[in-house]
Design a protein around this ligand. Sequence first.
Ligand SMILES: C[C@@](CO)(OP(=O)(O)O)[C@H](O)COP(=O)(O)OP(=O)(O)OC[C@H]1O[C@@H](n2ccc(N)nc2=O)[C@H](O)[C@@H]1O
Ligand SMILES: Nc1ncnc2c1ncn2[C@@H]1O[C@H](COP(=O)(O)OP(=O)(O)O)[C@@H](O)[C@H]1O
Length: 290
Amino acid sequence: MDTTLNSDWWPSPAKLNLFLHITGRNDKGYHLLQTLFQMLDTGDSLAFVPNDSGDIRLLSTISGVNTEDNLIYRAARLLQEHCKVTQGCDIRFEKQLPMGGGIGGGSSNAATTLVALNHYWQCNLSTRELAGIGLSLGADVPIFVHGRTAFAAGVGEQIYPVNLDEYWYLVVFPGVHVSTAEVFGHDELPRNTAPIDWQDYTFDATQNDCQKIVCKSQPEVANLLQWLVHYAPSRMTGTGACVFATFSDPDQARAVQQALPAKWSGFVAKGVNISPLQLKLQQVSQAQTT
Ligand SMILES: C[C@@](CO)(OP(=O)(O)O)[C@H](O)COP(=O)(O)OP(=O)(O)OC[C@H]1O[C@@H](n2ccc(N)nc2=O)[C@H](O)[C@@H]1O
Ligand SMILES: Nc1ncnc2c1ncn2[C@@H]1O[C@H](COP(=O)(O)OP(=O)(O)O)[C@@H](O)[C@H]1O
């Protein structure tokens, strides 16, 4: 399958949280965060063919997720209703990213759907408006709509794009799933980390506030981290369960990937400042105007 930028496929990249601090809670009980979203060059792929029937049809399935619950379907419906679009769309997708791993697969799929259908249906919504619609689907959807590596605050809706050195990451799935709601509901979760100044960010001076309790409830995450830190600086992403290790040399990342015990699966991805989704959008927009 050709999923390059030149095909009909739209990329739906993964993200990492290079750090995740919980600084408090809002009046709805949601946790206020400071985090650094690192966009990756790797992820799922989606293809869209608008139709005149008005129906949203998913031509691919995810085991255990009903069509009506699929974030791709929900994002399409939401945009269709918001913009009173009469057209529908047939949507195919290829999932590569493990679900519920803290690498944002579902949120990214929703963002790619919003951005692509805004283009095909000619809704003409701005990035900010699309991100606003996306927030009702999930806290991480806005960051994927913006498609920039960025510091984020609040529940993820305050976004400050940043240009980081582009490292390579080995992202490993430990084979266990972690529920975001359970992590945020845990009694022992630290909830009052002092806010940091973005300018002061370093990997070593930050942490993932969810990591300790996840390592306790899922010892396999702790085992994986212990194994990975022998090779490179490593940390859990989001509320888990995936863990990443940071490399400046992609060959080193691939060598460690090869050495992974068979019980764990991983992929190597490049950290990028502009997501492949944004590059795809720029490309199709340019093609339309020339
Ligand atoms: C914390 C992050 C960082 O990327 O974790 P990951 O999901 O990527 O692991 C995300 O923002 C997560 O966003 P998302 O995965 O969309 O969370 P949701 O489904 O909206 O939330 C599930 C539940 O977790 C709790 N929740 C979620 C986000 C937040 N900032 N505070 C919370 O307290 C709420 O109880 C909510 O009902
Ligand atoms: N298109 C989709 N891709 C992945 N997960 C989806 C999708 N639609 C709905 N979901 C649901 O969203 C949950 C969270 O998925 P995901 O975004 O991959 O995890 P995380 O937020 O931990 O990175 C999944 O467990 C699944 O039930």
